[in-house]
Write a protein that binds this ligand. Structure first.
Ligand code: LLP
Length: 435
């Protein structure tokens, strides 16, 4: 839940800097990012991939959608891993940070011609193709820039992953990819083979997000490998790559148990080895795309408490509403997916009894909830700071300006130093869009 340099002492601190100091210096709400923890987590996925697959390890593509800014993209570059981008905007960040284009993989179910041309002309390593239209569009762009573009086909292996329905992506009734079961994947393969400017490297699947069990990943690998076998039988050549996506879950609550990189990679190794041997295939290069499991636990959010209200429920019980200075604009996940978070009183300790509370934001709607039900100290008062762990993934990246709230900054902390890597938006930023 908390990143490795966080200490829960008399006040919560990170790398010996107290939250009170951070709040004073950078304001609230703010995302605090543990740089060392981010680097270690990214490296641990990379090491697990390489120690499991050895020469058959492909690339760890950090899923930028979980959170990206130019400085974090520079860390990705330093670490020597790859990046998965799914829009021209994310691609621009990766390029600005100087990431080797060969290490960029481009996703998206509706890439525009502009986005495809930008990717191809910047020499991205791989484009993951998602529709028949796109096969033609990527081929045309490759021809225009006189290239042979390496591609993967995004496939839907027909799996109901155990997660929220909005973030499960590999059952049949989804907008993503080509279904294996319906034959769409095979038609896509035949279409790709008509285009000399495309080099089909293999297949890709991403089955969903915040998944806490490994079985669905193994089934996905099994189905993709069966298709690799079919491809070899039809065309007498083996495709050299398989990208098994991301989706590894993290711990939001004390009772959650995350998948470790080692465990995931051992399970994938086993699934890949057994199925390749069953189809008499050489093991392809295996790539993965973790987003949340790298950045999620590396950030926490600091909020300041503004108002407090006690409400009597129909059954006579009391519910305390604690309002903080952010909410659904910086953490949309509770409203969107019913996601659950926890929080602590961060600027001091209190021995006051804990009472049933609801932490809510400052937006003009009832669903603006940060934490629906939590026992918090009864003496929490305006001006206190609350800290919410594990807000690194899909927090700042899905933040909005709802109610014209400027989006919070991201502050990176390392070796006792805190610095802004993504500044807070200002009213001028917001008004600057108005004509
Ligand atoms: N690869 C592809 C093709 C993806 O679509 C995604 C996430 C990932 C990798 C990274 O998945 P991760 O390792 O982060 O789970 N906004 C939602 C999550 C949406 C995930 C979208 N795709 C949430 O807040 O839970």
């Amino acid at each position: 839940m908390w990143s490795s340099n966080v200490q829960l002492g008399s006040e919560l601190s990170i790398s010996s800097i107290g939250v009170t100091t951070l709040a004073r210096e950078f304001g609230t709400p703010a995302f605090i990012l543990d740089e060392e923890d981010f680097r270690n987590r990214a490296l641990s996925w990379n090491e697990a991939l390489f120690s499991a697959f050895g020469n058959n390890a492909g690339t760890v593509y950090y899923a930028a959608k979980a959170f990206i800014c130019v400085e974090v993209a520079r860390w990705i570059k330093d670490l020597g891993i790859g990046i998965d981008v799914c829009t021209a905007g994310e691609l621009a960040v990766a390029l600005k940070a100087g990431i080797d284009p060969a290490k960029i993989e481009v996703h998206g179910n509706n890439k525009s011609v502009f986005e495809i041309e930008k990717a191809v002309s910047n020499n991205v390593g791989t484009i993951v193709v998602d529709s028949l239209f796109e096969i033609v569009r990527v081929a045309e762009a490759a021809k225009k820039f006189e290239k042979v573009q390496r591609i993967l086909l995004r496939l839907t292996p027909g799996i109901e992953a155990h997660t929220h329905e909005s973030i499960a992506t590999a059952h049949e009734d989804v907008k993503f990819g080509f279904s294996i079961a319906s034959g769409a994947a095979w038609r896509a393969i035949e279409e790709v083979r008509k285009h000399p400017n495309l080099e089909l490297r293999g297949f890709h699947a991403h089955i969903g997000s915040q998944i806490l069990e490994t079985d669905a990943f193994a089934i996905s690998a099994q189905r993709l490998i069966a298709l690799l076998g079919q491809y070899r039988d039809a065309f007498s050549v083996e495709l050299p790559e398989l990208d098994l996506g991301g989706g590894y879950g993290v711990e939001y609550l004390p009772q959650d148990v995350a998948l470790t990189p080692e465990k995931v990679m051992q399970e994938l190794l086993q699934a890949v080895t057994i199925n390749c041997s069953a189809h008499n295939l050489a093991i392809p290069k295996i790539s993965i795309e973790p987003g949340r499991s790298i950045v999620g636990p590396t950030m926490f959010t600091i909020y300041e408490v503004g108002t407090i209200k006690d409400v009597t429920l129909e059954n006579g019980a009391n519910r305390r509403y604690i309002s903080v200075d952010g909410g659904m604009s910086d953490n949309l996940r509770p409203a969107l997916y019913g996601a659950q978070y926890t929080a602590v009183l961060a600027n001091r300790t209190s021995s006051a009894e804990k009472i049933s509370s609801r932490v809510v934001g400052k937006h003009c709607e009832t669903g603006d909830i940060v934490i629906k039900e939590i026992d918090l100290e009864s003496d929490i008062a305006p001006g206190d700071l609350l800290a919410t762990p594990t807000t690194g993934a899909y927090g700042r990246s899905m933040a909005t300006n709802y109610n014209h709230v400027p989006r919070p900054p991201v502050i990176a902390v390392k070796n006792g130093n805190a610095r802004i890597i993504l500044r807070r938006e200002t009213e001028e930023d917001l008004l600057g869009l108005d004509i």
